[in-house]
Design a protein around this ligand. Structure first.
Ligand code: MN
Length: 290
């Protein structure tokens, strides 16, 4: 076990941070270490969710790790950051942080305050309980945690796992793939503005597919109930999901039993529509190319 990170990647000229954890069993005790890579781990299911421990355990096989995660579930928080109230962060006995904010808050705060002024080499987010495929990506706090890393110029990966009422999440398979992928990203890097969105199938994976974001969509659903005084209240439920099944899509890979790896781009521009919009009667200034 242990990722295959080695000499190539980090001849780090940067100072050694004071904070990252070591591979101690069960806890991620703060130590000062030599020039191992540094990995920041977050999630949206909350600090106590099991998936984040799996990421941290995989990461410490080749890196110094710090966990900065929401103190409670923040699923579907998307990329919200908290501007209208102060944020509180509680330092754990092993030197990690629980934050009363969103995943994006956690990454933002960690990079400015908890990482000793030294950017980590990688941000990992997850492992989410439940897939983040298709339209989920837009709502996902897990993906947003990774995207915040990407926006702040750090290679980042989001991980999510399918839920199956018949079985537990196969964290052993997930841990093994996380270790492999972390090693590859540390060695190869990622293009600027690009993050990886990884989804694990419910069963032991048959392999790995590189996919595109599918078009799994939700119909708007909100339940209406009455409170004790008879006033209606509403509860948004995203359960009415229609997966489409593009051959190269993320959902199809999961359905076929594969680990799905989708490169996502922070630049959401749709370039083809830029061209067609230029032909609308909007008074658009011609840029001199026909
Ligand atoms: Mn979640």
């Amino acid at each position: 076990m242990g990722c295959k990170w080695s000499l190539v990647q980090i001849q780090s000229p940067r100072p050694i941070p004071p904070f990252y954890g070591n591979p101690g069993a069960g806890s991620f005790q703060v130590t000062t270490s030599t020039n191992r890579p540094r990995i920041l781990v977050t999630n949206d299911d909350g600090y106590d969710a099991p998936g984040i421990r799996v990421l941290a355990e995989a990461a410490v096989t080749c890196a110094d790790v710090i966990i900065v995660a929401p103190d409670r579930e923040q699923s579907a928080a998307s990329h919200a950051i908290t501007l209208n109230r102060p944020l509180r962060a509680t330092r754990t006995h092993d030197g990690n942080y629980r934050v009363d904010g969103t995943p994006a808050d956690c990454v933002h705060l960690a990079l400015d305050r908890f990482t000793g002024g030294v950017a980590p080499d990688l941000v990992l987010s997850g492992i989410n309980r439940g897939l983040n495929v298709g339209d989920d990506v837009v709502y996902s706090g897990t993906v947003a945690g990774a995207l915040e890393g990407t926006l702040l110029h750090i290679p980042s990966i989001a991980f999510s796992a399918a839920l199956d009422p018949a079985r537990e999440i196969d964290y052993d398979s997930a841990r093994s793939f996380v270790t492999t992928l972390v090693g590859e990203v540390l060695r190869r890097g990622l293009p600027a503005g690009v993050l990886l969105n990884v989804n694990f199938p419910a069963q032991a994976p048959r392999g790995v597919r590189i996919t595109r974001q599918g078009t799994r969509t939700y119909r708007a659903t909100a339940e209406e109930r009455n409170d004790p005084s008879g006033q209606p209240y509403y509860w948004i439920a995203g359960a009415d999901m229609t997966p489409t099944d593009e051959a190269d899509g993320d959902h199809r890979a999961i359905r076929d039993g594969y680990i799905s790896v989708t490169p996502l781009h922070a630049d959401m521009t749709h370039r083809a529509t830029m061209e067609s919009l230029a032909a609308w009667d909007l008074g658009v200034e011609s840029r001199g190319h026909a």
